[in-house]
Write a protein that binds this ligand. Sequence first.
Ligand code: ATP
Ligand code: MG
Length: 265
Amino acid sequence: MTNLTQRTARIFCIANQKGGVGKTTTAINLAAGLAKHKQRVLLIDLDPQGNATMGSGINKNELAHNIYDVLIGTADIKESTVHSETGMYDVLPANRELSGAEIDLVGMDQRERQLKQAINIVADKYDFVLIDCPPTLSLLTLNGLAASHGVIIPMQCEYFALEGLSDLVNTIKRVHRNINPELSLIGLLRVMFDPRVTLQQQVSAQLEAHFGDKVFKTVVPRNVRLAEAPSHGMPGVIYDPGSRGAQAYIAFGAEVIDRVKSTTE
Ligand code: ATP
Ligand code: MG
């Protein structure tokens, strides 16, 4: 592998088609955690809910441009990107306009590659690009997968989580085969973990047995400070750096950096 490849950003999407599993919390806090480790980060909000935007302290209702304009080609990625003062990373923001993109993209050539083409323009400005996916396996998520080197899957250790996981892993394999040969599963992140719940311990052990090294060592506990932070427009990692949740995401940032180093060296 050449030096050139290493200098351009590693692009990861945070995906799980299940709703409310901690994708956005992971995206925001990993972005802020990586920034704390002196990495240059772009966080892309690929969800019309705009939660990653708001949670980074950016008002989704007062945007000059947003990711929708970038996907349909009416604005470029540089003029649409804003800086999160609280998180110390850049954000390509979203709001509910993005829900129209599904329909607009269908008629376009290379409809699943629009995001990749946009990221290519700025990839050399960043060490990491993180994409917060919506809770669907839609054309938006497909754009995220087509643009990425890898997928990080946050999941709760619940019974039905394993069932949903096989759909997502199959989708990743299909995208790898048909659209993006660079795509791989980076890892599974256990979030909202409560070690007192026996079922969670069991599912966690099953995950380790099935996925081995693909399960990140860091486990993010259920921690109310992480849930409170977005209403203050900041990542939990910044809002209460000493909290158990923040500490976990800072450790997770270091683990992701290590994992990237070990695959590019
Ligand atoms: P969606 O599918 O709607 O995009 P999501 O997968 O992005 O949801 P989040 O929005 O990150 O999930 O989290 C869902 C809820 O759980 C939020 O209210 C969030 O604050 C809370 N939450 C996430 N992680 C934790 C945690 N480790 N401890 C406590 N609460 C958490
Ligand atoms: Mg979300």
